[in-house]
Design a binder for this molecule. Structure first.
Ligand code: SF4
Ligand code: SF4
Length: 110
């Protein structure tokens, strides 16, 4: 500890910035267990939709996420088809606010 040098102001600022940036990454903590999909009356591919959003949230791959979502929902149900019945949320072990997340995703792709 004899040679210990405290961080400079600039170094400290850089570390704080990095911590703020990392803290702002919020993925959807879906494990793709599919418990939610069996009883969905709209047959919405919930975990697959969340996966397209996580591409954007975690990896910053906005275009890839948009393309993956478009391909996924091209012929089938999309986030916008959710009727908010709540079945999925009642069985999700991750306690994800699925309805709210789907609404957000539907708005992003409206
Ligand atoms: S709330 Fe939406 S996504 Fe969940 S089961 Fe009902 S229709 Fe499907
Ligand atoms: S039940 Fe929850 S964790 Fe499992 S796939 Fe559905 S949203 Fe993801």
């Amino acid at each position: 500890m004899k040679d210990f040098k405290p961080l400079s102001r600039d170094e400290m600022r850089t570390i704080l910035k990095a911590r703020r940036a990392l803290g702002s990454i919020t993925s959807i903590p879906c494990t793709s267990c599919h418990y939610c999909t069996e009883g969905c009356p709209q047959q919405i591919p919930i975990p697959e939709i969340f996966s397209t959003r996580n591409l954007q949230l975690v990896h910053g791959r906005v275009e890839d996420g948009n393309k993956a979502y478009a391909a996924l929902c091209e012929k089938g149900p999309s986030a916008a088809d959710c009727i908010a019945c709540g079945q999925c949320e009642s069985v999700c072990p991750q306690k994800i606010d699925i309805i709210e997340k789907l609404q957000e995703i539907a708005e992003l792709h409206a």
